[in-house]
Design a protein around this ligand. Structure first.
Ligand SMILES: Nc1ncnc2c1ncn2[C@@H]1O[C@H](COP(=O)(O)OP(=O)(O)OP(=O)(O)O)[C@@H](O)[C@H]1O
Length: 487
């Protein structure tokens, strides 16, 4: 029997040598080729390669792997595999020798196909190699192709289903519904608080749908004044009004021919426009403002709102027949506080995204991560992204500590909402109370500066002012201010 040796030690010229740590690579040869050269050759491959030692330490990975997993080219060398292997499938394999049941590849959810290849010597497991093949029909590649083909079109979806981060049951269910709805052409209604990812879902549904090669055209119904909304959606005919261009202008529905129209903040659409939209949904054709000829359009509609549309129907502010038309597939996107288990992974995602954007290497201390994970995040993912970005910019240290976090995160950071004396479990009330508390806290923290407070809770100025009105927090504000900030 051969003497026992660490799998990290160089020895003969068989395949098992691939577990040699990178530092010793230059002194080891396979035949006449220095290992260093082989590693460089690996770097030229499109396929990601990860080599793990028997002890579960990361021995080597190539450039493609680093890119696919969004890690530095050497940052994880020698580190435990658990850092990369969240599902613990490779770790379990090394421990038990039993090939893990890798989930069947779902090219819409996972952009890669992973194969675990054991590295054995005389029957003994020395480690394993993980081969990661970018899935050829993956949305990422599809989107890359689209970006190349449609480089000039601004109407391109930017996110796919795999960009929706989170493993909590609630987000998994929402993601699954998104995929199912992508297969059909039915209207989709996305419901969720501000910043929960409704727009992200709309992009992803389009991208996973047979219309992915067509345009994705978003319209924010709350950002366009009622007078302009019709022309924005349906376009206008030549000479329709003073100042109109002489050739007229196509509206968003025409631009979306063959693709998807995304109507964000549909709850803000005026009643008379709702009637027109309903007709378009029934007839699948539009007439430009000032025009006479109907134009047939092939589109799919996705709408989103953070309003309670059934209440609005009761209050006669939303048409019930339009609601039925929109609400064919309803996807409710959970708030961050309902996805407690997801917070560490969302934080990591926010940190990776923002540190890459800003080109900084600052990290978070475990205590800071714990506090951020406990915080209720009333502004949801948008607030999380904003705060992480702000901290990366303003904290001049290599590690962000607990004391660097804003006071409201350190003090009020309980994801559980405190119940009043007579507890209510009615979700809408609990949510409304949490929102109001967070807004009041943000206002106090910002010393009354509403713009800063809006940023702190992660809302746009218009949404923030709407919330102030909703919760009766407008005392002392001038009518003029309310009006000016309503859009
Ligand atoms: N699950 C998620 N994974 C990764 N990023 C997310 C997720 N959810 C939201 N985001 C990011 O958070 C930000 C806010 O999301 P988005 O704009 O889609 O929210 P929204 O619900 O449409 O907000 P609003 O109602 O205010 O328009 C975006 O940058 C989005 O990419």
């Amino acid at each position: 029997m051969e003497p026992q040796r660490s799998p990290a030690e160089p020895h003969d010229n068989r395949a098992s040598r691939h577990v040699v740590p990178y530092e010793s690579a230059t002194v080891v040869r396979v035949g006449d080729e220095p290992i260093d050269l082989i590693f460089r050759a690996y770097d030229a491959l499109d396929q990601g390669i990860l080599v793990v030692s028997e002890e579960g330490l990361i021995s080597h990975y190539n450039a493609a792997y680093a890119q696919l997993r969004n890690i530095g080219t050497t940052e994880l060398l020698g580190k435990p595999l658990e850092l990369l292997d969240r599902r613990n499938s490779i770790t379990a394999y090394l421990r038990t020798g039993k090939m893990p049941q890798l989930k069947s590849v779902d090219h819409e959810q996972r952009r890669n196909r992973e194969t675990v290849v054991p590295i054995r010597e005389d029957g003994r497991l020395l480690g394993s190699m993980v081969l990661v093949t970018p899935f050829s029909a993956s949305p990422t590649e599809a989107s890359q192709r689209r970006r190349t083909v449609n480089a000039k079109s601004p109407w391109t979806a930017l996110y796919a289903v795999h960009d929706i981060v989170g493993e909590s049951p609630a987000i998994q269910y929402a993601r699954q519904l998104a995929l199912s709805s992508a297969r059909v052409d039915s209207s989709v209604l996305l419901l969720g608080e501000s910043g929960t990812g409704k727009e992200l879902f709309a992009h992803a549904i389009h991208m996973a749908s047979p219309r992915s090669q067509g345009p994705f055209v978003p319209v924010d119904c709350s950002a366009i004044t009622r007078d302009l909304l019709e022309a924005e959606l349906f376009g206008y005919a030549p000479g329709a009004f003073t100042g109109a261009t002489k050739d007229g202008k196509p509206g968003k529905f025409e631009l979306a021919e063959g693709g998807t129209v995304f109507l964000d903040e549909i709850g803000e659409m005026p009643m008379e426009m709702q009637a027109k939209l309903l007709r378009v949904l029934q007839e699948r054709r539009i007439v430009r403002v000032g025009g006479t000829t109907p134009i047939e359009i092939n589109f799919r509609l996705i709408a989103a709102t953070n309003r309670h549309l059934e209440d609005m129907v009761q209050e006669k502010r939303f048409r019930h027949d339009l609601l039925y038309r929109l609400d064919v597939v309803r996807i409710e996107i959970p708030a961050l506080r309902e996805r407690g288990d997801d917070l560490p992974i969302l934080l990591e995602h926010a940190w990776k995204t923002k540190s890459r954007e800003l080109g900084v290497l600052t990290r978070f201390s475990p205590a800071a991560i714990r506090a951020l994970s406990r915080y209720a995040w009333p502004g949801n993912m948008r607030e999380l992204l904003n705060l992480v970005e702000r901290l990366l910019v303003i904290v001049p240290k290599s590690v962000i500590e607990l004391e660097d976090l804003p006071l409201y995160v350190r003090q009020g950071g309980h994801a559980e909402i405190e119940m009043p004396d007579a507890p209510t479990f009615y979700l809408k009330t609990v949510v409304a109370e949490a929102e109001q508390q967070a807004i009041e806290k943000a206002l106090r923290h910002a010393q009354g500066n509403r713009n800063t407070a809006a940023e702190l809770v992660g809302l746009s100025r218009a949404s923030f002012y709407r919330k102030l009105k909703e919760y009766g927090l407008t005392q002392g504000m001038r009518e003029q201010d309310l009006f000016e900030n309503a859009f």
